[in-house]
Design a protein around this ligand. Structure first.
Ligand SMILES: [Zn+2]
Length: 149
């Protein structure tokens, strides 16, 4: 199990709890000693409801790819991206739901990217939130600019 903070491949389990929807494990990285939580079984059960009503299983890899594309050529470390992915994943599972709408995930990603990098945030907003029209993009940019003052 890869550490979301430093990317080290080995960790030890410090606590295991079985809940109604899966196994929750507290792990400690053998390299940086930071702790993180992993979920088993439940991650296979969580379904993402797409805009058109289709459902697909939650895919951490896909989530990472989407964020990586938005962060391309930005000064953002892969470990930061992994950390964001883990935080989103953890948040998703903490909702304790069997299904989550894709917009909810989109909003979580936007919130994280906003803290991480304004350009990556805007990129993600354009691609995933279908903010195609120039007007709403301009509005978002203005809002972002005034927030950063
Ligand atoms: Zn680590």
């Amino acid at each position: 199990m890869q550490c979301p903070y430093c990317g080290h491949a080995d960790s030890r389990v410090v606590d295991t709890r079985t809940t109604s929807d899966g196994i929750r494990r507290r792990r400690e990285c053998l390299s940086c000693k930071k702790r993180f939580t992993t979920y088993e079984q439940i991650s296979e059960a969580l379904l993402i409801v797409k805009r058109d009503g289709r459902r697909e299983p939650f895919d951490r890899h896909k989530l990472t790819q989407g964020i990586r594309i938005a962060c391309a050529k930005r000064p953002i470390a892969m470990t930061d991206i992994e950390r964001v992915v883990s935080q989103i994943e953890e948040h998703l599972f903490s909702l304790g739901k069997a299904e989550v709408r894709s917009e909810i995930i989109g909003e979580m990603i936007l919130e994280k990217l906003k803290e991480l990098d304004p350009l990556a945030y805007i990129r993600y907003a354009i691609v995933y939130m279908e903010m195609e029209d120039v007007g709403s993009l301009q509005k978002e940019l203005d809002r972002l600019r005034s927030e950063r003052k």
